[in-house]
Design a protein around this ligand. Sequence first.
Ligand code: SF4
Length: 459
Amino acid sequence: MKTENKFFEAIESVAFNKEHKTLLQQKLNTCVNHTTVAKSFYSDLELARTRASFLKSKSLDNLDKYLIEFESNFIKKGGKVIWAQDNDEAIKELTKLIEKKSAKVVAKNRALISEELDLVNQLKVNSINCVESDVGNYIQNLAGELSYHPVFPTLNQSQKNIAEILKSDLISDNSIHARDIAASICIKIKQQLKEAQISLLGVNFLVADAGAAVIIENEANSAQLASLTKTQVFLAGIEDIIPSLNELDLFIHLYGTYSIGSAAYPYTHIVSGQKQNDETFGPEDVYVILIDNGRSDVLAQTNQRSALSCIRCGACHNVCPVYRTIGGHAYQSVYNGPIGSVLTPLMKGRDEYKFLSYATVSSQELLAACPVKIDCAKLLQHNRTESIKLAPPGKTEKLSVFFWKTAMLKRSNMDKGGAKLKNFMMRQFFKKSWGERREMPQVAPKSFNQLWRERKGIK
Ligand code: SF4
């Protein structure tokens, strides 16, 4: 089935599901309320957003320089950097590394990049067991689903659903109390993590001048994982770089504010190379895999480049009416919501994913919601223009637009034919695109022009 058809099929099953919609709206409203409160703690939020936007643009415009600076600083402290052109190369390098260490069990943290790599399944093909350290991802894995939201993977699951998913795995007494569920999962995850020999950690940021990988988290899963494994592998997209450690606090606070509505996450880990002789903690062997996988193509398009500034806070998802209706899985991409609709066609090909360029609204609300001022609406407009250039409209569409334009530009043309004929034509032309579940608007029996003339007595 074509990806576009899968998209429409998925929409059909979720958009009219009242239970799903209510759950999604409730959870997203809570996110919006929390972020609104957190934003009020800034004395000058606008300045912080402008600075963050500028720094991300600067990083992307000088990406080659900052990546090399990062690599050289990371290597200085005993770290190793692997460059991967695409997913296949990243998995190949990772597998080689795991085999070299004779590891059979590895563990990962919550990160979209590992879903982009399809890490768990790809490693399974090579007989490597990849266990999960994050509760949300653990549940979604059991359900056979991808993360629903960049920050809240289980956004689509009710407490009852989660209990159902965990029934065969953990819960024997049908308990659906949240505390029991969380406790059971944590025990199980802890047991599994003990077997892991290597940790695979998706990062939030890479810092060029410090040669450091940064992870920000709520529950110290990555920290726990890192403390259990001597070898640590950080997975990063090339766009995750920021120039300097001095700027990290700006991004940490913006990320906390816009993702969970808190001034900062409880845990921030900064790892710059392997454990030094005078240090107590740290990895004995540490790697960063820098993954391109289509990002250079986005970078090459200067007017679309800003999409790579995304720090994956999910704030645009929370306010997007389309995401709020169809949720995260319909998009057919790990990167969903408005920013996913921008990035996916650029990274994975316009031919297959151009339909996503229409999967959000052109609203200034998306720009206002974004901590790094990405103008998703403008970027989507551009995507649409490019998609049309790739597949120009056929003769029938051109002819229809010609007639429509001719009719619209002249009042006397618009007034021709009665309401019945116009309603008939509307039904014929727009029945399919209007959908079966919406009522087609009706042309009134008398036009405004006719009513005006009658009232004024004009013949
Ligand atoms: S586009 Fe902006 S608001 Fe949306 S996830 Fe990325 S950083 Fe957050």
